[in-house]
Write a protein that binds this ligand. Structure first.
Ligand code: TPP
Length: 359
């Protein structure tokens, strides 16, 4: 069996010579690891969609179609608390990032089912609205794009405190129209005060139901970085090999030069916007998991049976998590103010029997 997998930068565009460039190799073990993460993520998304339809949960949003890019990002983030580690400002399509960082699927299912055990919001926030202080995961908001204007803040603090920590920020293409995105570019690139911000955009071609070609006059979003002297690249976000290398380049640039870098990943949106738009599978979009499996089989890096086993194990793990959250408690009215403000009024201001409800 070959020990390394060589993948194309953009499967359909690159001439054969480039498909085999040394630049685009990944060790076989890493390919299998990425595949396992992508499959767990996809199966998790599919089960969560089912939960939203079966009454086991209420609302679903997520990133089926972004597994390749997001798992690569999660695996490359330097995980820990404080400025020496990387910070990550996410939006609502990033389970792959957290799984890549090592989050158990159970914690995602807990937020999906809105149980009290949800470590990100105690069951009070939408799914994918992560918040994890010990991994520098900044709380996700439903208000799109605000993450881009917050990112220079953590990067400024990282630059001042020394070290080589990076701030990564990610969001969708439609949201880049908002001023927050421009603020991110401006604050990250001030001459002499540049900041180590890895500015990522997952471009799925849609903003809910608005097609991006009706909104963007520029050829690619990273072109906007040129005006600010921010280098960047467009990558096939459906290709985990290309995504891995693009992200490596981006992290290396930010980590060593302490300056910003932009990556626009072209990705698919396989189940529409969210459960609000039905979440049915979209038939004519590229599927990164299926495409990667074809390459792994073609290069004899995995057998059909091994791939099937990865799917079965993922399904079993997720079903076990769903079974468990059915037994877990939900938030009560008494928790309504807990962690809403700091310090929590329930802990510090109100009497012990305070419920927040009218007497
Ligand atoms: C400030 C703000 N405006 C509008 C919305 C409503 N909204 C939610 S998602 C969305 C589309 C975002 O599209 P894009 O940024 O491309 O990300 P995608 O969902 O395609 O990944 C909009 C307009 C919002 N949540 N916040």
């Amino acid at each position: 069996m070959p020990t390394a997998f060589r993948g194309p930068t953009a499967a359909t565009l690159a001439p054969p010579a480039e498909l085999w460039s040394r630049d685009e190799m990944l060790p076989a073990a890493r390919c299998r690891e990425l595949h396992r993460l992508m499959v767990r993520c996809r199966r998790l998304e599919e089960r969560c969609i089912k939960m939203s339809k079966s009454g086991e949960a209420y609302f679903w949003v997520g990133g089926p179609g972004e597994e390749a890019f997001n798992t690569c990002l999660g695996m490359q983030l330097r995980r820990g608390e404080g400025p020496a580690y990387d910070y990550v400002h996410l939006h609502y399509r990033n389970p792959g990032v957290l799984l890549g960082m090592g989050m158990p699927v159970l914690d995602h299912v807990r937020q999906m089912a809105m149980t009290l055990t949800d470590p990100h919001s105690m069951g009070r926030n939408f799914v994918c609205h992560y918040s994890k202080r010990d991994w520098n995961v900044i709380p996700v908001t439903s208000v799109i794009e605000v993450q881009y204007v917050m990112a220079p803040g953590t990067a400024l603090m990282q630059k001042r405190s020394g070290g080589d920590g990076v701030t990564a920020v990610i969001g969708g293409d439609a949201g880049t129209h908002e001023g927050d995105f421009a603020s991110c570019m401006i604050w990250s690139s001030r001459p002499g005060f540049e900041l180590p911000v890895l500015i990522l955009v997952t471009n799925n071609g849609w903003g809910i139901s608005t097609a991006s070609e009706t909104q963007h006059a520029e050829k690619s979003i990273v072109d906007r970085g040129k005006a600010f002297g921010i280098p960047g690249e467009v990558v096939d976000g459906n290709d985990p090999i290309a995504s891995w290398h693009a992200l490596s380049r981006g992290f290396r640039h930010c980590r060593t030069r302490r300056k910003p870098y932009m990556i626009e990943a072209r990705v698919s949106r396989l189940h529409g916007h969210s459960s609000s738009s039905g979440a049915a599978r979209v038939p004519d979009e590229d599927d990164c998991v299926a495409m990667f499996e074809k390459k792994l089989l073609d290069r004899e890096l995995m057998t059909k049976e091994e791939i099937e086993r990865v799917h079965t194990e993922a399904i079993n793990e997720i079903e076990e998590a769903v079974r468990q959250v059915h037994t877990e408690p939900r938030p009560t009215a008494a928790d309504v103010y807990t962690h809403t403000y700091a310090p929590s009024p329930v802990d510090s201001v109100y009497p012990e029997d305070y419920t927040g409800l009218p007497a």
